[in-house]
Design a protein. Structure first.
Length: 119
């Protein structure tokens, strides 16, 4: 199982970045996908989540209207489009794949990508 995250970097306030998370080793379309982030000294927090088919999306309040999560099940990839970035968006961003069955939950994590918003 692999989740390879890419697209982070340094961006000025007000700028945009697009993160990608390419999955392999499991049936991607069976898993809900999420993006989390963790800033230094803070707990990991949910950024956005998307259902298996992409029809349901949820966002943390501070990201609504600025971030968009999407997925392409044909490419086994989930994306996070981040617009109007603020310095407080600076964090390590991780993607997560999750499937819950009757008997257990399956959780996979990507390696994370650093997003730094600074002038």
């Amino acid at each position: 199982v692999q989740l390879v995250v890419s697209g982070g970097g340094l961006v000025q306030p007000g700028g945009s970045l697009r993160l990608s998370c390419a999955a392999s080793g499991f049936t991607f379309s069976n898993y809900a996908m999420s993006w989390y982030r963790q800033a230094p000294g803070k707990e990991r927090e949910l950024v956005a989540a998307i259902s298996t088919g992409g029809g349901s999306k949820n966002y943390a309040d501070s990201m609504k209207g600025r971030f968009t999560i999407s997925r392409d099940n044909a490419k086994n990839t989930v994306y996070l489009q981040m617009n109007s970035l603020k310095p407080e968006d600076t964090a390590m961003y991780y993607c997560n794949a999750r499937r819950v069955s009757v008997s257990r939950a399956y959780d996979y994590w990507g390696q994370g990508t650093q997003v730094t918003v600074s002038s």
